[in-house]
Design a protein around this ligand. Structure first.
Ligand code: PXL
Length: 281
């Protein structure tokens, strides 16, 4: 019997403004990986760039959902956690990882909480502390530079980085207890942008760069994480999966920039999903 791998994706559903589950579900599915979902909250829109959004906190549903899955003997090859709707969800997600974890399970944590030097609205320093602890229990973490600085209790530094800056951040993040780190928002000059990845098992660090596209498009971290996890679960190593994810995320941003639809609706990943899927045969 041929079976697809299965991911448990734990993020919010933002009804409008493509991010979190509305991108994880299609992208991971396009990789030929089953994407089961546990919504952490339901919002009318994401919280960046819209006024007066609705917010339904689903904290109380999360343990019963996990208990039901367990009772039904549902297993997961990976978990992917992202935007959490309340502080107590950090502990709940940790417990869910414990309930389902086997030696083969890949736990990927995106500590979604900040960007461009600022915490997203609704997040506090307690959230930062809890998230840093949770990252220590993951196999792979994928923070942006702002989230990395917050979790490491460092001042956020904007601007171009040196390889030493990048490596120091990667080593410090690995020091949280995690096996693989992918840092996003890395750039060395004025016209490049990409990610750096570090595999603590091999000691290998790679810088995966592309041409910078002006603008700050919403939901790109979630698009990046979804492309990355799909590729990892289809057998690519960390550097190859990061290359794929940088390429496809940048391609989606380029299409959006050409559309001129602005940054808050998210990026046009739909048009490249078929190509992405073909990478995996
Ligand atoms: O893309 C990150 C994200 C996810 N979900 C919600 C958000 C954000 C970033 O602002 O507001 C609800």
């Amino acid at each position: 019997m041929k079976q697809l791998k299965r991911v448990g994706a734990i993020h919010d559903i933002s009804g409008v403004g493509k991010c979190s589950l509305t991108v994880a579900l299609p992208i991971i599915s396009a990789a030929g990986v089953e994407c089961s979902v546990m919504p952490t909250a339901v919002l009318s829109t994401h919280t960046g760039g819209f006024e007066g959004f609705t917010f339904r906190d689903l904290t109380d549903d999360m343990r019963p959902i996990a208990d039901h899955w367990k009772k039904e003997n549902i297993s997961f090859d990976a978990f992917y956690s992202g935007y959490l709707g309340s502080l107590s969800q950090i502990d709940i997600v940790q417990d869910i990882f414990k309930m389902f974890r086997t030696p083969e399970t890949l736990i990927m944590v995106d500590p979604v909480m900040a960007d461009h030097g600022k915490l997203y609205s609704l997040f506090t320093m307690d959230h930062v502390k809890g998230m840093a602890k949770r990252c220590g229990h993951a196999d792979i973490v994928i923070p942006n530079r702002t989230e990395a600085a917050f979790m490491l209790e460092q001042d956020y530094k904007d601007g171009p980085m040196t390889e030493k800056d990048v490596n120091d951040l990667l080593y410090a993040l690995a020091g949280l207890g995690v096996k693989q780190v992918v840092l996003t928002g890395v750039y060395f000059g004025s016209d490049d942008l990409g990610a750096a990845c570090y595999d603590t098992k091999t000691g290998q660090i790679d810088y995966i760069m592309d041409k910078r596209i002006d603008g700050m498009y919403h939901g790109t971290g979630d698009v990046f994480g979804s492309f990355l996890l799909g590729a990892l679960l289809r057998g690519r190593n960390l550097a190859d999966a990061t290359r794929i994810s940088v390429d496809y995320t940048c391609a989606a941003i380029r299409l959006t920039a050409a559309d001129g639809t602005g940054p808050r609706m998210g990026v046009r990943f739909e048009s490249i999903l078929a190509d992405y899927g073909k990478l995996f045969g």
